[in-house]
Design a protein around this ligand. Structure first.
Ligand code: ATR
Length: 277
């Protein structure tokens, strides 16, 4: 049976095995999908060994996404420009890296959140790997403006320089207090994962706009709590998680599975409101 894995640290919480098993059942495919907890120092060796033993594909989550790209022999444009990869696939000629996070986010925004990105103004909070993984895709989807704001302003300026797009700009965190409201506010900092507070003014989201956290579960709780206090529509990144997995599944199996039933299954065990508790 072909073997798949998700590498991460920690990885015990990962929903990827459940998602890929559900996709496989839907498509009538037999496969094995496990979690593999591995420390950064051991990642390259463990991943190489997995593929040397015939592993058919790997998802890669924190903190190994940059190392995954470094390990690959070939990378798709999305992984190259972001500097991080979340999918590794053995192909003739070596290991191929993909980044499906940005495509997953845009798909969730369009299909599930029913948000048109064309002509909209968006704020991206954060300039690390998570932010880099989605920034280009948001611009590709037709945004009119993407403002990148990060705790360390220089990192935001560096990301904007890499984007090479006149619609993208950087601003200091202090500028948020005076910013005109945005149609979309994407939270891509690690504050929630680290259990650190997030200082945001209340008027960031325009009427009819959306606040979106790229993470889910307890990591999304502080941002979703802020959105609730601000009285704006908000969601976590569970839909993005399912959509990026479907993109990976399509790379591996040549068929894009239906994501709604799998999203519904996960959401039933993780209500958005519960993550606010
Ligand atoms: P990830 O892959 O999750 O993006 P990362 O590449 O280490 O992880 O980036 C972490 C991001 O979260 C950075 O943008 C970081 O800001 P700095 O560049 O100033 O470090 C941001 N971040 C981490 N903790 C934060 C906090 N408490 N408040 C605001 N931003 C935070």
């Amino acid at each position: 049976m072909p073997r798949y894995v998700v590498f991460g640290q920690p990885v015990g919480h990962s929903r990827s095995p459940a998602i890929h098993r559900a996709f496989a059942a839907q498509c009538g495919l037999a496969l094995r999908y496990d979690r593999c907890e591995v420390a950064p120092a051991a990642f390259a060796e463990v991943a190489r060994d997995f593929f040397a033993r015939g592993g058919a594909g790997a998802n890669v989550t924190l903190p190994h996404k940059a190392a995954a790209l470094a390990l690959a022999d070939v990378a798709d444009p999305a992984a190259r420009r972001a500097g991080v990869a979340n999918v590794l696939t053995p192909v003739a000629g070596g290991l191929h890296a993909h980044n499906t996070d940005g495509a997953g986010l845009v798909r969730d925004l369009h299909e599930r959140q029913r948000l048109t990105l064309e002509g909209r103004r968006a704020l991206l909070l954060g300039a690390g790997g998570a932010a880099r993984g989605v920034a280009w895709n948001l611009l590709d989807a037709g945004l009119a403006e993407l403002l990148v704001v990060n705790r360390t302003e220089r990192a935001a300026a560096e990301l904007v320089a890499r984007l090479e797009d006149p619609r993208a700009a950087a601003a200091p965190w202090s500028a948020l207090a005076e910013a005109a409201p945005f149609d979309l506010v994407i939270h891509a900092t690690a504050a929630g994962v680290l259990g650190q507070p997030l200082a945001l003014p209340s008027g960031l989201v325009a009427a009819g706009g959306l606040a979106y956290d790229l993470s889910y579960g307890s990591a999304a709780a502080p941002f979703l709590a802020w959105a609730a206090r601000a009285g704006v529509a908000a969601c976590d990144g569970l839909g993005m998680l399912v959509e990026q997995a479907a993109e990976a599944f399509a790379i591996w199996h040549g068929v894009r599975p239906a994501t709604d039933p799998v999203y519904a299954m996960l959401r039933a065990s993780m209500p958005v409101a519960a993550s606010l508790a």
